[in-house]
Structures are given as structure tokens and as C-alpha cells.
Ligand binder design. Structure first.
Ligand SMILES: Nc1nc2c(ncn2[C@@H]2O[C@H](COP(=O)(O)OP(=O)(O)OP(=O)(O)O)[C@@H](O)[C@H]2O)c(=O)[nH]1
Ligand SMILES: [Mg+2]
Length: 328
């Protein structure tokens, strides 16, 4: 759950469950049945959950990066089909927490998976099933008594067919799954099969979101995330974790119909990090701005002027007051 501040809007429960008569979890195969409900993706950081969410939704609703712990809140992406509406809740990667933020992110995952109709446990094909996965499986076993859990081997494009088969076998050892499926979000391999499997676990129910709505993330949150995604590129070590972005103001330019001024702050944890995110002569920050602006303009369908400031919020990941300010 994300309190207000980070975006502009407070958030209700992690998973909204609008009133739905007759939800008894039963699955029928009648062709004219309409299903709706929630699925969540869980897994270690970097397993490919957000990329898979975007691929299913057919649009970028969650930012992605090669840095672990990119996702910091539960993001809903909506899949519209004639026979079903599937709401995918992408969650932060479960990890051994080292900060208060880490603990809060893990709690968010636990909270989310207890509220959905089906859980997809994502394990990348190119990494051995390890202690982190086994830890998640142990937690999920409790959930699996009530909620079906699918095993998803992601990133199959990175390995051979034999390795995919082996990974499916290895994954099967860690817990009982309702189904096991290999996918690749990059080349769309079996993404539609996964959608079918998830939909099959949805109860009968009406459309929960209007046609065409792909996420219920507030616009300012999406914009802040696009800036953070751009800033994540090219930084390493602890810096990705230290970055947070807030949108301070977003207003149409006076006398101009086609221009929006966006004022954003990029937070870091220590003043020593400033030179890295700003770069020599401001070069790096300009590159971040250019990259983010491109994506924000595509999102808003309007030109923007992006004013990006860098500020230090000392050790914000460990400080409850700062975390609150940043929306966690
Ligand atoms: N080759 C390949 N790369 C992928 C695929 N899916 C994701 N990736 C890459 O894997 C990295 C991590 O992807 P994310 O989707 O951000 O992973 P995540 O599980 O959401 O990570 P966290 O939010 O940190 O928990 C990124 O560099 C993606 O481009 C895939 O199907 N094939
Ligand atoms: Mg993610």
C-alpha cells in the first residue's frame, strides 16, 4: 500500500475488490462466461515481473530495469479481453531486507498475495533456482492452501530449450503448482498462454475497470516513475536504491495550450552521490531529463518542460519520517 505523497493521490487497499456477487472460486468452461479478478506476480528482484506485466497489458505500466528492486509499489495493469478482465498486480521483488524501505516493500508483497485470485511465482530461466526462490516458495505454501499458485519460468529467450525444461523440473521441486509455464516477455513466447491460465483461475464476474483503462496509477506517479527509470540507467552499486523521485508541480504553461511544466525532484541519500547523478557539467542529469521527457510526452500526448532538481534526503530508506514524505 502506498500512502499519498509520492504520487498525488492516496491509495486504497493494495487490491481493490469491488463487490462481486457469487464469487466462490468456481471455474467453468462455458464460452459466454465473463471472468474478472486479480493476479499478482511475485519473485526475487529482477525476475522479470514488471516486464511480463507490461507484455500482458500490451503497454508500459511499470518501469523496468536491470537493477534489482526497481518496483517499489504494487502496480495494477489491466488486461482487457472479450471473455475476461484480468488485473495484474506487479509487486516489488522479495528480498532479504536491509532497510526499513526493504521491510515495507516485502510487507506489501505479503499483503498483496493474500488478496488476489491467483499468484504467479516468477523465476528466471537463466538463474539457478536458489535459496531466495525456496524462501518465497515456503511463504507461498501457506497462500497456496487458499489461492492457486502458478510457476512461471521467465526469460526463456536467454537459454536453450533443454535448460528451460530443466528449470521447470527444478522449480517443480520447490512447491506444488496449479500450473507451470515457461514464458519470454521479450519475444512474447507463451504470454498469451499465461494469460489464458490466469484467466482460467478468475471467478465469473463483470468488467471492473472501464474499457481502455490500462492502469489506475495516478499520472504523477507514472511520470515520477519514468524519471526514476531514466535515472536508474547508468548508475550502479548502491545508487539505484538511493534514488527516489517526487513530482512537486505540474501545470499548463500560461498562454500555451500545448506545453506543461513539470517540476520534479530527484532524491539521493548522501551529498557524495550528487556528482554521480548530475555528472560533469550537468551532463548526466541532462541525459536523464531528455530520456524521461521523451517517455512523459508520449504518455501525456503533450509537450512538456521538465525541471529536474537533485536534493539530498539523508538516509531516507531507513528513516520513517523521510519514507512517509516520499510516499512509503
Ligand atoms: N532477455 C530477457 N530479458 C528480460 C525478460 N523479462 C525481463 N527481462 C530483463 O530483466 C531485467 C529485470 O526485469 P524487470 O521486469 O524489471 O524485473 P522485476 O522482476 O520487475 O524486478 P524488480 O522490480 O526489481 O523486482 C530487465 O533488464 C529486463 O529487460 C525476458 O523475457 N527476456
Ligand atoms: Mg519490477
Amino acid at each position: 500500500m502506498r500512502p499519498p505523497g509520492f504520487g498525488c493521490r492516496g491509495r486504497a487497499p493494495t487490491v481493490l475488490r469491488p463487490g462481486r456477487a457469487g464469487h466462490n472460486g468456481s471455474v467453468t468452461s462455458s464460452a459466454d462466461v465473463h471472468r474478472s479478478g486479480f493476479a499478482c506476480f511475485v519473485g526475487r528482484p529482477n525476475a522479470g515481473k514488471s516486464t511480463l506485466t507490461n507484455s500482458l497489458v500490451g503497454s508500459k505500466v511499470a518501469i523496468t530495469s536491470s537493477k534489482p528492486q526497481t518496483t517499489r509499489h504494487a502496480i495494477r495493469g489491466i488486461v482487457h479481453r472479450p471473455d475476461a478482465q484480468l488485473i495484474i498486480v506487479d509487486t516489488p521483488g522479495l528480498h532479504r531486507p536491509r532497510t526499513l524501505l526493504g521491510r515495507r516493500l516485502n510487507d506489501l508483497v505479503y499483503e498483496t498475495w493474500s488478496e488476489v485470485d491467483v499468484v504467479g511465482f516468477c523465476v528466471p530461466a537463466d538463474q539457478k533456482v536458489g535459496p531466495g526462490d525456496r524462501f518465497i516458495a515456503e511463504q507461498l505454501k501457506k497462500v497456496a492452501r487458499r489461492t492457486p499458485v502458478l510457476g512461471i519460468v521467465t526469460k526463456t529467450d536467454l537459454v536453450s530449450k533443454e535448460q528451460v525444461a530443466q528449470q521447470l523440473l527444478d522449480l517443480q521441486q520447490v512447491m506444488d503448482f496449479a500450473d507451470l509455464v515457461p514464458v519470454s516477455a521479450v519475444d512474447s513466447f507463451q504470454v498469451d498462454v499465461l494469460a489464458d491460465l490466469l484467466v482460467a483461475q478468475m471467478p465469473e464476474g463483470p468488467q471492473l475497470y472501464p474499457d481502455g483503462e490500462l492502469t489506475d496509477e495516478p499520472e504523477t506517479t507514472l511520470i515520477a516513475e519514468l524519471i526514476r527509470e531514466a535515472a536508474l540507467e547508468g548508475v550502479r552499486d548502491e545508487l539505484p536504491h538511493s534514488l527516489a523521485v517526487t513530482i512537486e508541480e505540474m501545470i499548463p504553461r500560461e498562454g500555451r495550450k500545448d506545453l506543461i511544466d513539470v517540476h520534479a525532484v530527484l532524491y539521493i541519500e548522501r551529498s557524495s552521490q550528487k556528482s554521480i547523478v548530475i555528472g560533469r557539467g550537468g551532463e548526466r542529469l541532462r541525459a536523464v531529463g531528455t530520456q524521461a521527457r521523451k517517455h512523459i510526452q508520449a504518455l501525456l500526448g503533450s509537450k512538456i518542460y521538465l525541471d529536474l532538481h537533485v536534493k539530498v534526503a539523508k538516509d531516507w530508506q531507513r528513516d520513517p519520517k523521510q519514507l512517509r514524505k516520499l510516499g512509503f
